[in-house]
Design a protein around this ligand. Structure first.
Ligand code: COA
Length: 344
């Protein structure tokens, strides 16, 4: 038995405005049929004018804290949260980080709070960071949030990215515990390949462009992605990272009850399942209802699966993500007895 970070709360939040494929097809040269067959997505949510990433992060954080209270398997309260890690690539402002403001609005006092930027892998990176701080004894109880509002950085006329991405936030509470407990994070596999940095990027707005003293070239302020190579890299890296982690934890793919992979494209999820030799029932899918919500994707998929009863206590679970950077990462745990709190 050794000290471990244990998942004890789970929450999610979506903005109020849903955008259907039909609504996109009314604005852009696309169709419900193309989007569904090429991506599996039917719906995504977008923030209202003036709404930002921190608004969703605060809502998801509140709900994860409420979920931890309901779980109530320890005597701690949210007042005992002593760390906030926020995964996001769409911060409220380029500077400062968004996490301190989120911690402040949640009434968490002067706890350490910082952002992690690993795009769609952000949540797994944030989870590994917070878990490591807990096992090192630096923190006892952490709120880990993944939140993004990609609708604010998409090119309004780009039919591909607008079909795929949606806004949202998801969060978990981690507490110090033992590795033998359900909910204990049993291991991680993390990686990156900066050689692929240009495949998923916002070209303008950072020091590289600003130091030129020139205004950005038209369109460079928007998110850009090369769909085909990203698809291939996502399949390879989520499969290989999951397999490395399974080997480390001592599980086989057949031992797994659920893989909760980053919800980018249903064809990517099925290809990862094929690479790992999984059956369809082992793969969690919720992108049909929310699209690709970037750092929020994995915790929102967890919330949906747990709320639907597809993910139950005792299930052996691998989380796996892939995103810009390029980055990838996986985590393993036995699902705990917690009640997720999502939309009211
Ligand atoms: N509606 C209709 N047609 C579209 C479209 C849309 N929303 N988006 C792209 N197309 C078109 C393309 O323009 C292209 O047309 P062309 O043949 O006339 O040039 C055609 O569909 C095929 O494009 P292609 O890019 O080859 O399609 P695809 O099957 O690879 O699907 C993605 C495109 C983006 C859905 C797919 O590559 C993908 O999911 N990539 C990974 C994206 C991702 O996961 N990103 C986040 C990673 S963290």
């Amino acid at each position: 038995m050794s000290r471990a970070a244990v998942v004890c709360g789970l929450g999610g939040a979506l903005p109020a405005t849903a955008v259907t494929n039909e609504e996109l097809a009314a604005q852009l040269d696309t169709s419900d049929q193309w989007i569904r067959t090429r991506t599996g997505i039917g719906l995504r949510y977008v923030v209202a004018p003036g709404e930002s990433t921190s608004d969703l992060a605060v809502a998801a954080g509140e709900r994860a804290l409420e979920s931890a209270r309901r779980t109530g398997n320890d005597n701690d309260t949210e007042a005992d949260v002593d760390l906030v890690v926020l995964a996001t690539s769409t911060p409220d402002r380029p500077c400062p980080g968004t996490a301190p403001g989120v911690a402040h609005r949640l009434g968490l006092g002067t706890v350490p709070a910082f952002d992690v930027a690993a795009v769609c892998t952000g949540f797994v990176y944030a989870l590994a960071t917070a878990a490591s701080m807990i096992t090192a004894g630096v923190a006892r109880r952490a709120l880990v949030i993944g939140a993004d509002t990609f609708s604010t950085i998409l090119d309004p006329v780009d039919r591909t990215t607008r079909a795929i991405f949606g806004d949202g936030a998801g969060a978990v509470v981690l507490r110090a515990g033992e590795s033998s407990e359900p909910g204990a994070l049993l291991g991680f596999d993390l990686g990156s390949d900066g050689g692929g940095a240009d495949l998923i990027t916002v070209r303008a707005g950072g020091s590289r462009q600003r130091s030129t003293g020139e205004p950005p070239a038209e369109g460079d302020q928007y998110f850009a992605m090369e769909g085909r190579p990203v698809f291939t890299e996502a399949v390879i890296n989520m499969s290989e990272s999951s397999q490395r982690l399974l080997d480390r934890v001592g599980w086989t793919p057949a031992d797994l009850d659920k893989v909760v992979a980053h919800q980018a494209n249903v064809r990517i999820l099925h290809a990862v399942g094929e690479q790992l030799g999984l059956e369809e029932k082992q793969i969690v899918v919720n992108l049909d209802r929310v699209g690709n919500t970037v750092a929020a994707s994995i915790p929102l998929a967890l919330s949906d699966a747990a709320a639907a009863g597809d993910l139950v206590p005792g299930h052996r679970v691998v989380l796996t993500g892939f995103g810009g950077g390029l980055t990838w990462g996986s985590a393993a745990l036995v699902w705990p007895d917690i009640e997720p709190v999502t939309q009211p």
